[in-house]
Design a protein around this ligand. Structure first.
Ligand SMILES: NC(=O)c1ccc[n+]([C@@H]2O[C@H](COP(=O)([O-])OP(=O)(O)OC[C@H]3O[C@@H](n4cnc5c(N)ncnc54)[C@H](OP(=O)(O)O)[C@@H]3O)[C@@H](O)[C@H]2O)c1
Length: 298
């Protein structure tokens, strides 16, 4: 089976490329820049700007994937708020280009897996798949618009919504929140972390396994692939400190009012994962186990 992954240099993209290639899938990893995924290269890599229609059409036609996993995006809410036209181009128009390119393939049966986000919802989480949407910021709005295009495409599709992804990092990957906590505490640097927001953080390897299950079983529809623990960022930081044996007294418990955030974020977010558990055999790790795997602690 041939799988094209967009955003392959990103946090999820790198993990997913390595995960699916190791399982024996033929992977075409696509990203804007040069390949930053570590060796061994048991996949093909192509640099491609997905905001340019013709190169997208050409690449999809030549590779003729059975599945596209579309993970590329401007994934930072602050960046989307600051530059709304760029956000729409990358998150919505580029999704349309990929859908058109896939629709044009002669077999017409390739599957489109869109990586969305919990930010399509507003308050009162954790949310189930069909709950009412109500994005609180432009990033969430752009991801919801892209979801609608995917739903209307006529292609077999899945929409996957993860939350606050974390996991191992290596050179070429930006540090996740857990690494930010570790790096600061190791330097004896105090940090302020909010305790009035709730999330269900997703361990990236669970997310990769969930996506693999969707591909393998040709599952269509919307799936929440998140963690099973409902936690505040402060609790995540405290757990990280405890497991790494770092000084938790450096972690100041603050509310979101302490930060002048340019983007509105839900206080009670997080996603329910019952559907994925039943239909995909999804079995995410406990958050503390995810921390141990992230830092390779046995
Ligand atoms: N991270 C999270 O906690 C989280 C939570 C929920 C949902 N999500 C969603 O999950 C997906 C993956 O997130 P992530 O954190 O892995 O993202 P990320 O690390 O920011 O990576 C996104 C990648 O998209 C690529 N990209 C951006 N614009 C492009 C363009 N015009 N043409 C080609 N490639 C382009 C970039 O490639 P280059 O580096 O090569 O420029 C970048 O590496 C996103 O759709 C995001 O919205 C993420």
């Amino acid at each position: 089976m041939k799988i094209l992954i967009t955003g392959a240099n990103g946090f999820l993209g790198q993990h997913l490329t390595l995960h699916l290639a190791a399982k024996g899938y033929h992977v075409l990893a696509v990203s804007r820049g040069d390949c930053r995924i570590p060796l061994p290269h048991n996949f093909i890599f192509a640099s491609l700007d997905i905001t340019e229609k013709q190169p997208v059409d050409a690449l999809v036609k030549v590779y003729a994937p059975d599945v596209i996993v579309h993970a590329a995006a401007i994934s930072k809410p602050d960046e989307c708020e600051k530059n709304r036209p760029a956000c729409l181009l990358h998150n919505v128009t580029a999704t349309q280009f990929l859908l058109h390119a896939l629709q044009a393939l002669p077999q017409g049966k390739s599957q489109f897996i869109y990586i969305s986000t919990d930010f399509v919802f507003g308050e009162n989480g954790p949310h189930a798949e069909e709950d009412e949407k109500g994005p609180l910021n432009f990033y969430g709005e752009s991801k919801l618009q892209a979801e609608r295009l995917v739903e209307q495409s006529g292609l077999p599709f899945s929409i996957v919504r993860p939350v606050f992804i974390y996991g191992a990092v290596w050179q070429g990957l930006r540090p996740s929140f857990l690494h930010w906590v570790k790096n600061n505490l190791e330097k004896g640097q105090p940090i302020k972390v909010v305790s009035d927001q709730q999330r269900t953080p997703t361990f990236v390897e669970d997310l990769c396994k969930g996506i693999e299950s969707i591909i393998e079983n040709r599952k269509t529809g919307v799936y929440h692939l998140a963690g099973k623990n409902i936690l505040s960022p402060w609790q995540m930081a405290m757990d990280t400190a405890a497991i790494l044996g770092l000084d938790a007294a450096l972690i100041e418990n603050v509310t979101s009012q302490s930060f002048a955030e340019p983007v509105k974020r839900a206080k009670k977010s997080g996603l329910k994962i019952d559907k994925a558990i039943h239909e995909l055999d999804y079995n995410p790790v406990d958050f503390k186990e995810g921390i141990r795997s992230t830092f390779n602690i046995t």
